[in-house]
Every structure is written in structure tokens, then in C-alpha cells.
Write a protein that binds this ligand. Sequence first.
Ligand SMILES: [Zn+2]
Length: 147
Amino acid sequence: MGLLKKYVTMFREDMKEVMARRCGLDELNNFIMLIGFVYVVFALFTGNKLCIICGAVCIILGYMRVFSKNLEKRRKENAVYMRYMGGVVRVVKYCKVCIKMWIKTLKDKEYYYFVCSACHQIIRVPKGKNKVSIRCPKCEKTFIKRT
Ligand SMILES: [Zn+2]
């Protein structure tokens, strides 16, 4: 058992080292993988062969970019993608964090968790204070929240 653990740790360290020199999951890869996933799910429901091919192409392309060693080229591709889609990516990220914090608030009896709409900093306030004016510690923006 101990030996297995040692090998798993070694493998993980190796992967970390390998991935440090590869492109990994940048924003463009997330998008390509998502499109591929949507195609595959759609193909599963409709049995559409073209969708399977499109999905497979997207996923393979995504993996090729994830494991790519040509970091400069991949970074340029991602920069082009971010130039056109950066706004959307940021909104999606903001929504994801908001949902996460909303779930965290539901679980936490003592604190409310907010996301600053200006800089996306996470702010924690004690519950049961009614209407409070909150100042973001990072960007100093103030907003009124009901807790
Ligand atoms: Zn802020």
C-alpha cells in the first residue's frame, strides 16, 4: 500500500513537471472542450453522426492544445480568442463565482458571501445586519446589500 502511494505521488509529481511545460487548460481550451462536449451530448440524444465527428474533432483539438509544447503559439491563439471573447469569459467566470458564493452563503449560518461586481473580490459579511453599506477592500467600491 505504501509503495503504491509512493508511485502515485511520483506519477503526480511527474505530471506536474510535464504540465508545467505544456499549454494546459487556458480559456480557449475550456471553450473548445465545452463545444466538443455539447456536440457529443447532442449526438448521444439525436444519433447524429456528423455531431459525433464534430465533437471528436473539438475534443482531440482541445487535447492537442492542452499537451502542446509550443507555448508561444498557444498563448497567441488564446490572446486572439480573449480579444473577441474576453468579455463573455469574464461574465461567465463572474457568474460561476456568484453561484459558488450563493451556495456557500446557504451553507454558512454566520456569514454572507458577496462578489464585488467591479473587481470580483469575494467579500464576507456577518448575517442578520439588515441593510448594510459594504466597501470592497480591494477596489474600494461601495454598495448596499441586504443581509
Ligand atoms: Zn472590488
